[in-house]
Design a protein around this ligand. Structure first.
Ligand SMILES: C[S@@+](CC[C@H](N)C(=O)[O-])C[C@H]1O[C@@H](n2cnc3c(N)ncnc32)[C@H](O)[C@@H]1O
Length: 332
């Protein structure tokens, strides 16, 4: 059981009536709280919840439509995302209870101050390195307009300007990541066919791929609903069409790909997590056609080449700059 869920269960008598658990972990919490429903923006956790508690959790960037009497937000890593989520929940709970739970090292104490916009926050519990806070929503805000919170920036590329839109909580929100910038310089000579941007974030790589390879089918995949929606906004802002997939890991990717491009993930929540990246390297061959290519950017210190060589084939370093390397391997 996630320690945040354990803290909630210590206070289970507080939660009378329909309770919405926003950003809940994929543990047994829904099993222990039969009156609760879930809202997840993580495709992997949503899939696990759906398998275990069919129909009791919804995936997306906005709270479920159905009515709820109170809500608990599991504090996300990004402060801007927490702002949006708290506002979206508080707007639905005038005069009612909004709770916030999170790990101390995830910044729960600081985040609890964000509750003050809606009423007088109270700390209810502190255990398992987590805290539970509550506010009665005396000052209910208007429902936030998510798209109005997108940050927009322009990239001057060799083939013209690219507009990028990113929503709160999305990787490298409002600016181009250095690693991604280096990969954008090395998108030449890809095999023709179906291209995948794995872990697409705001969709920069996928959008540039579609523009450089207009005849190719392009797919973008991310586990995070806010990234998926950002990618759709970025594609639309540049009049580009591509398929955007919400899915967890390379398992969710199409097969027979001509190339997989990625600035792969290595942080997840407050913990470092290489699982999705290592799985990508292990299983890329199953999603590539013979002669297909994996091309990625990674911090030079990450030990990816041995994994790539073991599971795909010889790993070539195309360039190295500012602590990043661009790797390339062809599927035999
Ligand atoms: C380093 S960021 C790169 C984002 C974007 N491609 C860019 O270059 O700006 C990695 C992305 O992988 C996504 N991600 C993390 N775990 C994932 C998983 N299991 N499956 C798919 N995507 C994942 C994250 O949400 C994040 O958007």
């Amino acid at each position: 059981m996630d320690p945040r869920s354990e803290v909630l269960l210590r206070q289970a008598e507080l939660f009378q009536g329909d309770l919405l658990l926003a950003g809940l972990p994929a543990d047994d919490l829904l099993g222990q709280l039969p009156q609760a429903s879930g809202w997840s923006w993580h495709a992997g956790e949503q899939q696990a919840l759906q398998t275990r508690f069919a129909g009791r959790s919804q995936f997306g960037t906005r709270p479920p439509e159905h009515a709820f009497a109170s809500a608990v937000l599991f504090l996300p890593k990004s402060r801007e995302l927490a702002d949006y989520l708290l506002q979206a929940l508080a707007a639905r709970l005038p005069g009612r209870e909004l709770y916030l739970v999170g790990e101390k090292r995830g910044g729960i104490e600081r985040a609890a101050k964000q509750l003050a916009a809606y009423g007088q926050p109270r700390k209810l519990d502190s255990a398992r390195h987590c805290q539970l806070w509550q506010v009665t929503v005396d000052n209910a805000p208007a429902a936030p307009d998510l798209h109005a919170q997108a940050r927009r920036y322009e990239l001057q590329l060799s083939d013209g300007l690219l507009q990028v839109l990113s929503l709160p909580g999305v990787f490298s929100h409002g600016r181009l990541d250095r690693g991604t910038a280096l990969l954008l310089e090395r998108l030449d000579g890809l095999p023709s066919g179906h291209l995948l941007d794995f872990g697409c974030g705001a969709g920069v790589l996928g959008a540039v791929l579609k523009r450089r390879y207009p005849q190719s089918r392009v797919s973008l995949l991310d586990v995070d609903a806010f990234a998926v929606e950002s990618s759709r906004l970025t594609l639309a802002a540049n009049d580009l069409e591509a398929e955007v997939i919400a899915g967890d890991g390379i398992d969710a990717a199409p097969s027979q790909l001509a190339a997989i491009l990625s600035n792969p993930p290595f942080h997840s929540g407050v913990h470092t997590d290489y699982q999705a990246s290592e799985q990508l390297l292990r299983q890329a061959a199953q999603h590539l056609q013979p002669g297909g290519e994996l091309r990625l950017v990674a911090n030079s210190f990450l030990k990816y080449p041995p994994l790539i060589e073991r599971h795909l084939g010889p790993c070539q370093t195309l360039s190295e700059d500012e602590g990043f390397r661009i790797y390339r391997a062809i599927c035999s």
